[in-house]
Design a protein around this ligand. Sequence first.
Ligand code: DAH
Length: 506
Amino acid sequence: MGGPALPAFTLGAQAPMAAVVPCRAARAGAVRVVGARSGATAAAASSASAARLGDLGGPGVAASGRDRSLPSTACQVAAGAAFAAAASASRRASRRAVGRVQPLGLTPPSSAGGAVAASAAASLARRAVATATLEKPDEMYGTATDSKFNIPQGVRDKLGRDLLLKSAHPLGILWASVQEYFKEQDPDCKFIDTEMPIVGTKECFDDLRVEPDHPSRSPSDTYYVNEGTVLRTHTSAHQTKYMRQYPEIKSFLCAGDVYRRDEIDASHYPCFHQCEGVRLVERSKMTPEEVMEDLKRTLEGLAAHLFNASPGEGTMRWNDDYFPFTEPSLELEIFYNGDWMEVLGCGVIHHDVLRNAGLDPEKVHGWAFGLGLERLAMVLFGIPDIRLFWSDDPRFSEQFDKDAFKNKIRFKPFSKYPPVMKDVSMWIPESFNDNDFCEIIRDEGGDQVEKVELQDSFTHPKTGKTSKMFRVVWRDMSRTLTNDEVNTKHEQVLSRVVAELKVELR
Ligand code: DAH
């Protein structure tokens, strides 16, 4: 497919979607950073990665196809609207590095040459974040805020919801099932699911080899409490803390809520859940080849356990991948419901990451993996919209109990209420960022906003001004919205967009 070219500095998209299966949404997320590759290798990785579907960290339902050259949001734009796909691809690609991932992508600012680095830096500089009307508390859970704070109330409200700890919630059920498998594999495995999502940029990025100017650190993609503190963008942020406790802890799983500023659709939400797994072993006890075999056997077993499949030819496959924290890096796909679906990202832990955790790579090595839980739960339970995970509607919650996974319960959708559509057409300044726009809409509309689609974009040939037109789909999951109530919120969105993003409405 003639998908749009990605910007030179990005390597890989977050959750690009197969153009051939346009509406099988994928979440992008993880940011994979390409660190030590040559320019040529990086370029090759870029196109390969950009063409992949899934987002390990994110919840989107990734379906693999042969032709994955368009981003997932391609399904949201009119056929042939290459500009929208290009914008989306570039946005995803820029994030796909840090463990964003799925969020997986990468940018090689240093390895791909000065021009690339300059381009990445310029892009970061341009990403001013709209925080004008953001109410800034002095502190958040004991951490002082500063001028970099960019977390709206709606996102703050997600902290402490602890969906993973609810035994009858689809995410809690899935997390329990993952633990069950690892308990059988390794009785000493430690399970961690109460770590606070407020972490240092050191643990979230530096320790994991995410370059200082990587776009995934941008406040347009990541929620900052202050300059050195973020809402974790992936559970990999806890890797080094627990690796440091080797040999008391030799293997662990760490699950929790992770946060990313992002677009709005059925598979993207600013808060979602991941599970991280690590196993460490003495070098004297296992060769590097045996570590790789152990990784593959264990994770194929996990996929088989979750999907009720048997590992083997035809049902699962391994693809090369890139994450800054593992070398080599792989992704596991499973053939499910007639298509290849990305299940997880993993690899052999990079020696620098071991060193950052105070370990000696001459003595200890190991593997790690990351899993996006919403995405799997959406597939396994047939849940069509990511907002449902946060719903208190008994018609959702009463469909699940702790045995729902074992009993192969599928979600029975309740009636959909009619949508109300609102279009926003505007001249945008150079600093305009789609995520800032989505954030204002989320802030005003909360879970009543189902989707924000870019419909049109063009640059005026004479004035050089750029225009964008978005369609906002409002729909409550429990009742019919009236046009009047949506109008009130829409007007509020418009006035904030004008005031905070400096756009000119058309
Ligand atoms: N942190 C990655 C993400 O958010 C997921 C991941 C990939 C975790 C590979 C890992 C790993 O531990 O080895 O997409």
